[in-house]
Design a protein around this ligand. Structure first.
Ligand SMILES: [Zn+2]
Length: 121
């Protein structure tokens, strides 16, 4: 009886160990992806700061103007949440709703006329 119980326990321990190993691997992958995103974000922040510095110096745009424009763009999706959300539009061919993130309808492939280089703006 004890032998059978020990075998069942060994099997359970093996299953739990396997699940822990899988979870460890998933956590490591998520950590690596987070580090890559942080690196990309820092590069974008640097480029953004450099562009803003040039605009301020060469065109005389003020911080207040930038902040006001950020507020206006933030409100384009109807929410003042400090984020940009992609807007939706209707495909001229199949009439399905699609995100402005895409340059073509994901259902029928129709190109979106006048797509913005910055979706949501
Ligand atoms: Zn379509």
């Amino acid at each position: 009886m004890s032998f059978l119980w020990d075998m069942a326990q060994d099997q359970r321990i093996g299953e739990v160990s396997s699940k822990a190993s899988g979870a460890r691997s998933q956590a490591q992958t998520a950590q690596e992806q987070t580090e890559q995103l942080e690196s990309r974000l820092e590069s974008l922040m640097l480029a953004n700061a450099a562009m803003w510095s040039l605009l301020r110096e060469r065109l005389g745009v003020t911080d207040g103007e930038l902040i006001e424009r950020m507020r206006q763009i933030d409100l384009l999706d109807g929410k003042a949440d400090g984020k940009m959300s992609a807007r939706v539009l209707e495909c001229p061919t199949c009439k399905r709703t699609m995100s402005t993130r895409f340059r073509r309808c994901v259902y029928c492939g129709t190109p979106v006329a006048g797509g913005s280089p910055f979706p949501g703006v």
